[in-house]
Design a protein around this ligand. Structure first.
Ligand code: COA
Length: 124
């Protein structure tokens, strides 16, 4: 059952400027995400903007103000972004989060959907 949805859009330039501050990437990205967002020219502002939008969308969808670093979004072998929440307040056994990310030149956007598994009530 879907129990939450969130959406966010961000200007890539805003993230590019923020990345000039040394601590910004550390505050927003996990080590593995930083690796994923790093290309031959260093950190890609567009990729980081996609992560930023996805994390904001996750916070809206779940309704808990997680720290950015506690939301980890990595891509599976097909490229599909997969969300892991590193926070004990989050019920990872029953809640699953799906995100979709897009970036086009100046903007990145993402949507997140939270699904809760329906508890099986034993009969009899
Ligand atoms: C996946 C695909 C649709 C992305 O579209 P695009 O217009 O090139 O790029 P967008 O900016 O809209 O989206 C990029 C984001 O899509 C996501 N993505 C990549 N592959 C994906 C996939 N197979 N399924 C879902 N999302 C995917 C990623 O999150 C990526 O952003 P990130 O690398 O920063 O995490 C495109 O690469 C494609 O057509 N790939 C081949 C076919 C395919 O695998 N399709 C999957 C759906 S059937």
């Amino acid at each position: 059952m879907v129990v939450g949805v969130g959406i966010d859009i961000v200007e890539v330039d805003r993230i590019r400027k923020a990345l000039q501050r040394e601590k910004f990437a550390r505050r927003v990205l996990t080590e593995l995400e930083e690796l994923y967002c790093t290309g031959s020219n260093g950190l890609s502002a567009q990729k980081v903007a996609g992560r930023w939008a996805a994390k904001e969308a996750v916070i809206k969808a779940v309704g808990i103000p997680f720290r950015m670093q506690d939301i980890e979004i990595l891509n599976d072998p097909l490229g599909v972004p997969v969300v892991t929440i590193h926070d004990n307040m989050y019920d990872r056994k029953r809640l699953k989060i799906f995100v979709s990310i897009t970036h086009e030149r100046g903007h990145a956007a993402a949507v997140a959907v939270v699904e809760r598994s329906i508890m099986q009530v034993p009969l009899g």
